[in-house]
Design a protein. Sequence first.
Length: 393
Amino acid sequence: MEIDFVSWFGLALRWFHFMIGIMWIGTSFYFIWLGNSLKPPHSREDKQAGVAGESWLVHGGGFYHNKKYAVAPDHMPEDLHWFKWEAYFTWISGVLLLALIYYYDASLYLIDRAKNNLDPSEAILIGLAFIVGGWFFYDGLCKTGIGRNNGLFGLIWFAALTAAAYALNQLFSGRGAYIHVGAIIGTVMAANVFAIIIPNQKKVVASLLAGEKPDPRLGKKAGQRSLHNNYMTLPVLLIMISNHYPMLFGNPHSWLILAGLSAAAWLIRHFFNLKDMGIMNYWYAAAGVAGFILVMLLVSGGKTAATPSAAVSASEVRQIVRTHCSACHSDTPTYEGISEAPAGVMFDTMEEIKKYAPRIIVRATENGDMPLGNTTNMTDEERKKLKAGLTEK
């Protein structure tokens, strides 16, 4: 019995990353909603105890009564639940996936020879530098006067991420650039939990145990970082699924597409956050949807129909495919590390090539993200010929 341990490990890791990520994002969305939906306490006892707000909920047939203290309760509760491991394990599993897919086989998934003929070790170090540098830039910005203005801070952080996406797209493959932007955001989110939110909460707990009055600034700083995380979740989710949509990462302006869709996501997230506070401003939702549609139209409008200038024979098409595609897409792949054709797509016969012609045109001739990393050095002229040969009647 032969077991492809790398593929099974990759499946388990990706599944775990997705599962634990849902838990983290779910708690983030829930607590932002809870904080926004709180109403002033009714009882005198709660007001005297420092309760800032309360919320009644019903779910699964049960009723729940939540209270939030302005700073902290007057004594340490016996059973206190911490929300941190979901963030830590999401980040750890994400780093392992990054290493397994993009660093272990950097020549295939990370490096694009048409852009830069990087050595795998160089590409990996550049990627890590962007990830670590992203956290230091973000954290440093938070600690300036700009960090006290959420609106201005958000615009500058958005501009910084867009600049990073542009720079990464000049260095790496489209997929590699996207995943590193996601890694920057995910690292910032996890580091917020590890370096700010949890330490500040521990300081509050320590003050309670010592019989001291906690510093209210600690909770405010932690709450601000939690709010930042809430707005960053939707772009991260977009990046997690983006590798299924080459019209995003395969476009020459992929960095701008990512920026546009992220801006649309933030507008929609802001609509729901306002809604939770009882403010129904539909303009944010409308602007978010309009932004998505605008990006779709701009991307689609950039494509032109095939207009072959000269006839391309079937034998020429087969030769191009055999040279640049069959190392992976064959019943007997020859590319190192690939034991079977990706997604079961094979181009061993002309019938198979015609069957997948629309997909080949999109991936190899319009978006240009195939072959992965352009490891076979497919030329622009070959791409034009392939498109012409596949679109001829």
